[in-house]
Design a protein around this ligand. Sequence first.
Ligand SMILES: [Zn+2]
Length: 484
Amino acid sequence: MRKKLLEQIERLKAAGASYVDARWYPVEEANQLVMWNGNLKSAAASRESGVGVRVLYRGAWGFSAASEIGNPGALFDKALDNARVAAGRVSFPVRLAHKLPVQASFQSPNLIDPFGVPLAEQIAFLRELDGELNQPGVTQRICELTFVRKQMVYLDSEGSEIEKRIIELFPGIQVMGLDPGGEAHGRKFTPSLSGATRGWESLDPALFSENAQRIAGELNQVLVAQSCPRDRRSVILLPGIMYLQTHETIGHALELDRILGYELAYAGGSFVKLEDFGTLSYGSAKLTARAAATLPNSPGSTGYDDDGVPAQDNLLIDRGLLVGAVTGRQMVQEANARAGREIFQGSSGANRATSFYRVPIERMTNINIDPGPDGSLDDIVRNTERGIILDGDRSWSIGSNREQFHFATDIGWLVEDGRVTRVVKNATYLGETVPFYHALSAVGDRSTWELRSVDNCGKGQPNQIMQLGHGIPVCRFDDVTIGE
Ligand SMILES: [Zn+2]
């Protein structure tokens, strides 16, 4: 198959294409199990395979994909035809950022392939979790397991050849209950990626058991709690909500295709402008954010992106100053040309497609906040006069340009004079992105830092669901509106 694909790539080059790549997925499989109140509500399995071909012709992309690849010539011709048609309509001809050809392979860190674990054992694992969650006050228990296995072969006309084998495992548990007024509340737990691997062996029954007890107990505290007061206070965001704050107001805001307006029709734009790179003070000096695709164990670490560019660790915000973006090869030349200066030296290695039949677009890898000097969560609480600790993503609403936000969390703990006083329900906070990050007054140390995975980031037309990570410490922001 590789030989056939390489022959086609050469043929299209000879026909005038300036660049060609092929992504062959010999197999991609996904299984999802959902147990609801002790019943196996769904057990879904999908499996697909095929080839996607991207062609650049006179500055325009053409793409085609097929799962039936008996006639690769027709598949490649279609991609070239699409590019030829598009070439008459491009407003800014695509020029790819430079890269070096690589011959490489990448394997995600796993010991036990979850696809090799008998279904009965998987269900038994969920049933045990369900039993742990079955406690007074809990009216709904949800235990989920999703796992994905992909083999991808990437070939391009610049001499790169990369094979990736990736296994992902996304477990999660959730409880819900009703307060005396009949309003539903929930708590959930998804483990952080603290170990060296993420195969079946990473499911630690003791960790799940401990956290099942914790979330059921916290839910019961929420059910009898008073509502979050309307106030202005310091908010102390645990990684279980700070990951989403980072995702929505740093990660999405710094995707270069959004900044250039290419996502406006669907997912929105960004308040960030090209002239802001190197000049915009995004937050306080305590804020350092990076796109770290080199973390060893995360769904955002894939070794190479779908341009064949190696994973990198790039600063996005350096002690408050905006310095970088989430980029692939296709946008950086256009951004530099539009800005009239060289903002980006090359691709940041963040162009990814969700499957062989979608084109790669700028995607977050692992968008992380560096741990800070302000100690443990206890230290931060001790140094907070009037605050609220928040955790759990209950709901969120974000401005289409990511300039403002409103988050509701599963739980809040009020802090008075350096001590946690009581739990509140219906906790919310809101803000404007740049002033909010300027109010960042404490960043927890490594003991507070968690690497969390996201399995459902949506972007692109047609929509592409992507997996990634966020490495996040506890963060405190001062004088924030809560309870509205
Ligand atoms: Zn997203």
